[in-house]
Design a protein around this ligand. Structure first.
Ligand SMILES: NC(=O)C1=CN([C@@H]2O[C@H](COP(=O)(O)OP(=O)(O)OC[C@H]3O[C@@H](n4cnc5c(N)ncnc54)[C@H](O)[C@@H]3O)[C@@H](O)[C@H]2O)C=CC1
Ligand SMILES: O=C(CO)COP(=O)(O)O
Length: 329
C-alpha cells in the first residue's frame, strides 16, 4: 500500500515515519527545506528535534505528486487549514482511496468533524479518524501507545488497521466515528483547563476533578450527537484526556499552564510554532452544545478565558462556585 501523509508537523511526521517502516510512504510538506531535510537527513528538527526518522521516508512539496500514487491518504493538517489543503489535493486523489484524519478539532463556521469535511470534498471515499492518547514525541521515542481507528466500514477498518499498526503502536478499530472525533476535539479544551489548574498550583484532588468532570462533558455532548458512551470511556475519550491533561508534552495543557501562571494568550501563542487546537475549539464546542441542548461548564469557562472575558482565576472560581453540582453525568 502506498501511503501519503499531508502535513509535516509533529504528528504527521511521526505517523509517516512509522508507516514508512512497513509501506512506501510519502510525506507532503509545505516548505521545501522540510521536504529536503526529511528525505536527505531523515530528521524534522523544527517539529521533532533529536529524533531520527525512518530512512525509507521520502517527502515532497508537490501536492499532485504526493497524492497521485496514494492508496491511503492521511491528513495531519490542523483543523483551521484542513479543508483548504484537502480541497487542493482532491483532484489528484484516485477514486475510492480511503482518507484518514489525524486532526483533533472542528471546522469553524460549519462545526463539522474532519471526517465530515472529507465526505464533502471526496464523496465516495471512505473517511476514517485515528485518535487516542498519542503524544508524538513519546511515540518517536519508541514508547508503546494505543490508538483507535474509527470508520463505518469494517472491511476498510481492517485494511487501515494493518497499514497503521506498528510494533509499538497498537491500533484498535471502532465504528463510532462521532464519539472518537468528539472525544479528540473536546479533550484539547479540557487539557487547557487542566493546565490552568496546574499553573494556579492546585492539588491532585483538583486535577482528578477536572479530568473526571471533563469526561462527563465529552460524554454528554458525544451522546447527544449520537456517540456510544463506551467510546468516550475508552482510548479516544478517557485515555486521551488522561494523557493530554497530565503530560507536560501536551501543547494544550502547556497553554493552560502558562495562562494559569499569569501570562496572556497572545504572547503564549506568538511564541508557539505548533498548534494548540483547544484554543479555537472551545468556542466551537459551545456552539455545538447550544445546538444539542447540553451544558459544558468547563468548556464554557475556558471559552471565557480564551476570549479574554475572564481571568484563569475567575474561571477556576466559576467552576468551584456552587451551581454546577446538579450537572448530569
Ligand atoms: N502532536 C501530537 O502529539 C498529536 C497531534 N494531533 C493532532 O494532529 C493535528 C496536527 O497536529 P501537529 O502535527 O501536532 O501540529 P504541528 O503544529 O506540529 O504541525 C502542523 C503542521 O501543519 C502544517 N500546516 C498548517 N497549515 C497548513 C497549510 N495551510 N498547508 C499546509 N500545511 C499546513 C504546518 O506547516 C505543520 O507542518 C492537530 O489537529 C493535533 O491536534 C493528534 C494526536 C497527537
Ligand atoms: O492529541 C494529543 C495527544 O493525544 C496531543 O496533544 P496536544 O495537541 O495538546 O499536544
Amino acid at each position: 500500500m502506498n501511503v501519503t501523509v499531508l502535513g509535516s508537523g509533529s504528528w504527521g511526521t511521526t505517523m509517516a515515519s512509522l508507516a514508512a517502516t512497513r509501506n512506501p510512504t510519502l510525506l507532503w510538506a509545505r516548505r521545501a527545506e522540510t521536504a529536503d531535510e526529511v528525505t536527505t537527513r531523515h530528521t524534522n528538527e523544527r517539529y521533532l528535534p533529536g529524533f531520527p526518522l525512518s530512512r525509507q521516508l521520502r517527502a515532497t512539496v508537490d501536492l499532485d505528486e504526493a497524492c497521485a500514487g496514494a492508496d491511503v491518504l492521511v491528513v495531519a493538517v490542523p483543523s483551521a487549514n484542513f479543508r483548504a489543503v484537502l480541497a487542493e489535493a482532491a483532484p489528484s486523489v484516485r477514486p475510492w482511496v480511503p482518507v484518514v484524519s489525524l486532526t483533533k478539532g472542528l471546522e469553524r463556521g460549519s462545526l463539522l468533524r474532519m471526517t465530515q469535511v472529507v465526505e464533502e470534498l471526496l464523496p465516495g471515499h471512505p473517511a476514517a479518524a485515528l485518535t487516542g492518547p498519542n503524544l508524538a514525541r513519546e511515540i518517536m521515542a519508541g514508547q508503546a501507545a494505543a490508538s483507535v481507528l474509527a470508520t463505518k466500514d469494517p472491511g476498510v477498518a481492517a485494511a487501515l488497521q494493518a497499514v497503521l499498526t506498528h510494533r509499538m503502536f497498537r491500533v484498535y478499530r471502532n465504528h463510532d466515528v462521532i464519539g472518537c472525533e468528539v472525544g479528540g476535539a473536546l479533550k484539547n479544551v479540557i487539557a487547557i483547563a487542566a493546565g490552568i489548574a496546574e499553573g494556579l498550583g492546585v492539588g491532585d484532588n483538583t486535577r482528578a476533578a477536572v479530568i473526571t468532570r471533563g469526561l462527563a462533558e465529552l460524554t454528554r455532548l458525544g451522546v447527544a450527537m449520537g456517540a456510544q458512551p463506551q467510546t468516550l470511556a475508552g482510548l479516544a475519550g478517557m485515555g486521551d484526556l488522561i494523557a493530554t491533561c497530565m503530560s507536560p508534552l501536551s501543547r494544550n495543557r502547556s497553554v493552560g499552564e502558562q495562562l494559569g501562571r499569569g501570562r496572556n494568550l497572545p504572547d503564549i501563542l506568538a511564541e508557539m510554532h505548533m498548534v494548540a487546537e483547544g484554543v479555537g475549539t472551545a468556542g466551537l464546542v459551545l456552539e455545538l452544545a447550544d445546538r444539542w441542548g447540553v451544558e459544558l461548564p468547563i468548556c464554557r469557562e475556558i471559552d471565557r478565558v480564551v476570549r479574554g472575558d475572564a481571568s484563569p482565576l475567575e474561571a477556576y472560581r466559576g467552576l468551584v462556585a456552587p451551581g454546577h453540582e446538579a450537572d448530569p453525568g
